[in-house]
Every structure is written in structure tokens, then in C-alpha cells.
Write a protein that binds this ligand. Sequence first.
Ligand code: AMP
Ligand code: ZN
Length: 133
Amino acid sequence: MDNCIFCKIANGEIPSATLYEDNEFRVILDLGPASKGHALILPKAHAADIYELPEETAGKAMILAKHMAEKMKDALKCDGFNIVQNNGEIAGQTVFHFHMHLIPRYKGDQVGLTWKPGKLSDEERDEILAKIK
Ligand code: AMP
Ligand code: ZN
């Protein structure tokens, strides 16, 4: 992808604050952090979103997220940790190269990742089960 900023960052064409790198991934600090240490896991091969992401890369990304969360928890002494991954504009995706957000959480921080819980009706439950299960 010629014009993808995360392709360029992941492959080292644009410099970044890199926390980790291997043949397939780069982990960088987010330039607009939600909290101290907010980082992004970027696969080096372009995939726009989770639908395009190869299964093998998806598996490795989750394992890497676990390792980074452990390391960051120890290093930053955070009190909690969110892993967030947005797909599509309505879901908050602004860069269309798959990435996982690693967001350390601290007591009293102002990070907002909550929603107002609805109620699952019997009709909706049955409709969804019929469509997906
Ligand atoms: P999303 O909204 O899930 O697509 O996340 C995109 C994230 O990328 C945001 O948190 C941005 O702050 C971050 N971001 C955008 N451009 C850069 C960049 N050049 N370097 C580091 N992080 C970036
Ligand atoms: Zn890309």
C-alpha cells in the first residue's frame, strides 16, 4: 500500500518510538495517547482491518499483545490494561491499516471506553442466534 502511513511506520520508512520489532510486527507509542504508555501493534504486511487480516497474523498479534501487556504492566506499574481494536469508521477506526491499541490504565485516569448497557430482548436474542450460530 503506497499511501498507508502505518505501512511506512511499520516498515521503518517513517521513524517512530518503537517498543518492539520483529520480522512481522512493530509496536510503537501512539502519538495521541489516551494514557501514559498507549502503544499500537502494527503488522508489517498491510491489511486494512480484521476482515482482511490473515488468521496466522491475527493469532500472532494476540500473543504479542499478551507479551507487551505483561512487560508494560511491570514497567509502567499500571493498574489495569485495555486492548482495543477498531474496524470501520463507525467503530472509531481512523487509520485503515489493522492495529491493536495497548492502553495502560491508571486509577483516576480519564480514559473513556464505556457504554450505556442496553437490554437483550428474547426476540433479538433469537434473531441473532438464528443468523450467526
Ligand atoms: P484508530 O482510531 O483505531 O484507527 O487509531 C489510530 C491511532 O493512531 C490513534 O490513536 C492515533 O493517535 C494514532 N496515530 C495516528 N497517526 C500516528 C502516527 N504517525 N504515529 C503514531 N500514532 C499515530
Ligand atoms: Zn498499510
